[in-house]
Design a protein around this ligand. Structure first.
Ligand code: J2J
Length: 541
């Protein structure tokens, strides 16, 4: 079993300060739901489709009882507190039940996204030495059990829906409720995924105390109460819909979570009307899709009070349209699974809301904007954003070498974002210095995709770059130097899918070139090469 302390901790002096200020409390995710179930027993906690496509709802008392039984079921399978469990489910009601079942047991969910395929899942299972893999049977035409068959051998596999040769989630529900071993609030509660800049995605260890602080404050900043009805359109396991304020912020306040089984305006607008939804969170391309669909809809969207948009830069032009065209307040959210989250406040002037990405959650969030040599720039000038604070990690899980580059010696996280800060402390995202592509909010590490491309016998070298796109903001383009016969781009794409690469990581465009421009040697030159190729893109199309 990997040593769970294999990541830099908060230094004692900082932990003491965060405790003394009341940011970190004793509450854990193990107690979270039972406590809310005592406060709001008959209030509806979650509404969603189940794996069979039937819409169901659970009160707080029912959700908590279900989580208890599922925790007992996992324990009977031999899963213990501290074990890692890869949770790979779409937005179905079982996602919430399993999440809280694992929390109750004290096991650590590893949050895979529904679009992940066998290549990512194999890495999550092996790197965390996961004891179990929990999936839906099928969703959106994909059979998740196929991944279990290829990469989860030797692990417990639990399936919501038809289990085939695996263990059915319904069997876990038959277990006796569990008397759990209490967990320490300052220990890891789960592993989130980083957008990634390297060959393999990094895992983000978040503690009960740090994450619950961000959840409580987010709920308060976003005006969440027991009357809130939040539509979860983005994948439930992603940090944004999970915690900013997301599912956890709504459940913290006794509100109702409505899970959308797919993000289409047809489905989501129907759910808004049906459940009188008050708030939702989207990435920019989905916000554009809502704006366009709202022009002709017959659905009643008047219950919607707040629309949060984040995950990628939202253009000012589109931001200005949200209020007038959707009849709600826009809230920009600039966050990261590593920690720091910024919000425009609901009562900010319109100009602030449409031209900035918000300000930090906490007065204890330390923000530095620096030049290439880590010197602070003059306020208002562009630079690299560094941050440290009560809910920002001090290091990735089991990644000492990468941590040395991704954090300063005094514990600031190098976000890789280029920003400027306005005189009143709001952050404007101006660009990025990290090797990452942000495809409409979905993050892609070029190096990871290049490694898969190079595995093809007719690919000598590959460089994956971002190219502008009006709808997604950015798309991916792979430049390929062929080894012998140039491979057909369509064949290459299906080669990647065959290797279990997630669909959003498969390059949108593939260009075969005879050679790459010379940019020197070494790792930095790889980033330079990508920049040079990105700038040649307009010439090649
Ligand atoms: C520009 N870039 C943004 C924004 C994130 C809330 C909201 C989003 C995330 C998220 C999250 C951006 N404008 N409004 O975890 O809790 C880019 C930045 C950032 C990276 C983090 C949350 N909002 N970004 O997107 O871990 O580059 O988290 O560093 O997926 O997304 O990505 P991720």
């Amino acid at each position: 079993m990997p040593d769970l302390s294999l990541h830099p901790q908060y230094p004692d002096e900082f932990a003491a300060r965060y405790r003394a200020a009341g940011y970190w409390t004793d509450e854990t995710f193990q107690q979270f739901l039972p406590r809310r179930a005592e406060q709001f027993p008959d209030h509806v906690a979650v509404i969603g489709h189940d794996s069979a496509g039937v819409q169901r709802s659970l009160t707080y008392a029912e959700l908590s009882a279900s989580a208890e039984r599922i925790a007992g079921g996992f324990a009977e399978l031999g899963i213990q507190a501290g074990d890692r469990v890869v949770l790979h489910m779409p937005n179905i009601i079982e996602h919430t039940e399993v999440l809280f079942g694992l929390f109750r047991l004290g096991a650590l969910p590893v949050f895979a996204l529904p679009a992940h395929r066998s290549s990512d899942i194999a890495h999550f299972i092996n790197f965390t030495d996961a004891a179990a893999y929990v999936i839906a049977d099928r969703h959106s035409g994909f059979d998740y059990r196929e991944i279990a068959r290829t990469v989860a051998t030797g692990r417990m596999v639990v399936v919501a829906g038809e289990a085939a040769e695996f263990t059915a989630l319904t069997d876990l529900r038959a277990a006796a409720p569990l008397a759990p071993t209490p967990v320490n609030p300052e220990c890891i509660a789960f592993l989130q995924l980083s957008g990634g800049t390297t060959g393999t995605p990094k895992l983000i260890p978040r503690t009960h105390a740090d994450y619950l602080y961000s959840v409580r404050e987010s709920a308060s900043i976003c005006g969440i109460t027991k009357d809130t009805r939040m539509l979860v359109v983005l994948p439930a396991s992603h940090n944004f819909p999970m915690s900013s304020p997301g599912i956890l912020g709504v459940l913290h306040a006794g509100g109702t979570v409505v899970l959308a089984p797919d993000p289409s305006p047809t489905t989501t607008f129907t759910l808004i009307e049906q459940h009188r939804v008050t708030i939702s969170s989207l990435v920019p391309p989905l916000a554009l899709a809502w704006l366009s669909a709202a022009k002709n809809t017959t659905r009643d969207l008047t219950s919607l009070e707040v629309l949060q948009v984040g995950g990628a830069k939202f253009t000012e032009e589109a931001a200005r349209r949200i209020g007038p065209e959707l009849g709600c307040t826009l809230q920009q959210v600039f966050g990261m699974a590593e920690g720091l989250v910024n919000y425009t406040r609901l009562d900010d002037p319109t100009d602030t809301i449409v031209t900035t990405q918000g300000r930090p959650i906490s007065p204890a969030d330390e923000i530095r904007v620096v030049d290439d040599n880590d010197n602070d720039v003059v306020l208002g000038k562009k630079g690299h954003l560094l941050t440290r604070g009560p809910y920002t990690i001090r290091g990735y899980f089991n990644a000492a070498e990468h941590n040395a580059a991704a954090f300063t010696h005094d514990g600031f996280y190098r976000t890789g974002d280029i920003v400027r800060v306005t005189p009143d402390g709001y952050i404007v995202v101006e660009g990025r210095s990290k090797d990452q592509i942000n495809r409409g909010g979905e993050k892609i590490a070029p190096e990871e995709v290049e490694n898969h491309l190079i595995a093809h016998p007719h690919v000598l070298d590959a460089a994956v770059v971002s190219v502008p796109d009006t709808y997604l903001g950015e798309r991916t383009c792979a430049f390929i130097v062929a080894d012998g016969t140039p491979p057909n781009p369509l064949v290459l794409k299906s080669f990647l899918r065959g290797r279990g690469v997630a669909g959003f990581k498969v390059p949108d465009l593939i260009h075969i070139v005879s050679e790459f421009p010379a940019t020197g040697v070494g790792k930095t030159s790889r980033s330079e090469l990508r920049r040079t190729l990105a700038s040649t893109w307009e010439k090649v199309t």
